[in-house]
Design a protein around this ligand. Structure first.
Ligand code: IPM
Ligand code: SF4
Length: 463
């Protein structure tokens, strides 16, 4: 057999039928549903008189529209309450497991899936959400689908897809201390452009990626879609296997060992060919922060807001105006009003630890509202157990309930118009965190540093 890429191996393992012209019907191993799209999917299925083919392979959790207010219930945000109920009742009727708020397993769908061992290396994972690619960080064939495809998955446990072209991004060397996977992702997007991955499945490889811990790989793959790619993957290795072992829904004992020996075959063969290959030196990466309204508008925190003409995006001038920034000014020192630490990009335990390291023994600057929103109930409990909640609240951060929260503001939690927020999420589009809200994407450490300094600041040199 000719040399195969990791993606080829994952793809081939899931083909049920080839249709020609690179189209195929793929088996879906895990189907995730969330509150924004889930309810209507169940309604549509019922309307068409269809049954759920494999209810045990679908998992539902409300994340986008639930309030993060401490002590919240499902109806704290009333519209979210309706979406919650539609998802819950649809799941119950279908026999689909529903992870409700307050229960272990609840959380942002892309945080809870790998955490619970629902997503595993080698499995195909789909959800009506573009950031499903996050799961590629453990070597899953994970991708976002549309609502009608979700109905199709419920009815048939398959999905029709055209095999994408393949790109490999190799990051060689080591990230410098204080530089994270989020910074690497923003660096890659700023260098390659937010559309570079369109039509591709991206494999992230190289010594710098191998050196990332598994949660950092999830962050890196989360941002693959901000490069335009539907898939981002990292080959599973011993680190991945150790991370997966013992998760609630991961195989146990001998079954785990059998799975692990298959997972060890999931890597790109030495002489496999990619349609496009890019190589980066990890030592060039600094803590990054965005200045505009696309994730590609990112500069090192030690850098300056670029002149619009020098920026890659055609709408950079409009971005600068929306953001209320001037070309040539250092990005550090820009005063901030809000800080949001959360989202499927950066709300796992390791992210909260990194932010807490900066927050410990310091205090949020006057006039700054700083939120920490854990990605899942399990992350929240683990963080509380090791004292991180105390570190944050002592420092003046608000400790909130898990969900998407201010990442997309679908739960009514918005950055007020004209206010500036440093956010650990993945999108800084116009209005993303609320009408007129100004978003700067950054890592958890950089976001925590901004909260403390009251302005954009380099976490490595915080007084
Ligand atoms: C709501 C959902 C469809 C959307 C996505 O696909 O990513 C959201 O999660 C986002 O981050 O913008
Ligand atoms: S946390 Fe943000 S990016 Fe992730 S699924 Fe929720 S809304 Fe989308």
């Amino acid at each position: 057999m000719s040399a195969q890429t990791l993606f080829d191996k994952l793809w081939t393992a899931h083909v049920v039928r080839e249709f020609g012209d690179d189209w195929a019907l793929l088996h879906v191993d895990r189907h995730l549903m969330h509150d924004l799209g889930g309810g209507p999917v169940f309604v549509e299925l019922a309307k068409r008189g269809l049954k759920v083919h494999n209810p045990e392979l679908t998992f539902a959790t409300p994340d986008h529209a639930v309030a993060s207010t401490p002590g919240r219930v499902s109806t704290t945000f009333p519209l979210g309450g309706k979406l919650h109920e539609a998802l819950r009742s649809g799941a119950q009727t279908a026999g689909v497991q529903f992870f409700d708020i307050g229960e272990p397993g609840h959380g942002i769908v892309h945080v809870m899936a790998p955490e619970q061992g629902i997503a595993l290396p080698g499995l195909s994972v789909v959800c009506t959400d573009s950031h499903t690619c996050t799961n590629g960080g453990i070597g899953a064939l994970a991708f976002g689908i549309g609502t009608s495809e979700s109905v199709h998955v419920l009815a048939t446990q398959t999905v029709r897809l055209k095999k994408p072209a393949q790109m490999r991004i190799r990051c060689e060397g080591r990230l410098a201390p204080g530089v994270t996977a989020k910074d690497l992702a923003l660096h890659l997007i700023s260098r390659l452009g937010a559309a570079a991955g369109t039509g591709y499945a991206i494999e992230f490889a190289g010594t710098a990626v191998e050196a990332l811990d598994v949660e950092e790989r999830l962050t890196l793959c989360n941002l693959a879609v901000e490069l335009g790619a539907r898939f981002g993957i990292v080959a599973p290795d011993e680190r991945t296997l150790a991370w997966v072992r013992g998760r609630p829904k991961a195989p146990q004992g001998e079954t785990f060992e059998a799975a692990a020996s298959y997972w060890r075959t999931l890597h790109t063969d030495a002489d496999a060919v990619f349609a496009r290959e890019e190589v980066f030196d990890a030592r060039d990466v600094a803590p990054m922060v965005t200045w505009g309204t696309s994730p590609q508008d990112a500069v090192p925190v030690t850098g300056r807001v670029p002149a619009a003409a020098a920026a890659a995006a055609p709408d950079a001038q409009a971005g600068l105006e929306y953001m209320g920034l001037h070309a040539g000014t250092p990005i550090a020192g820009t005063p901030v009003d809000w800080v949001f630490i959360g989202s499927c990009a950066n709300s796992r335990l390791s992210d909260l630890r990194a932010a807490a390291l900066v927050a410990r023994g310091r205090h949020v600057a006057p006039g700054v509202t700083a939120w920490v929103v854990p990605g899942s109930e399990s992350v929240k409990r683990a963080a509380e157990a090791e004292g991180l909640r105390q570190v944050f609240t002592d420092a003046g951060f608000q400790w909130r309930e898990p969900g998407c929260s201010m990442c997309v503001a679908a739960n009514g939690e918005q950055v007020p118009p004209g206010k500036r927020c440093v956010s650990t999420s993945n999108r800084n589009f116009v209005g993303r965190q609320g009408p007129g809200a100004r978003t700067h994407l950054a890592s958890p450490a950089t976001a925590a540093a901004a909260a403390i300094a009251g302005r954009i600041a380099d976490p490595r040199t915080l007084p």
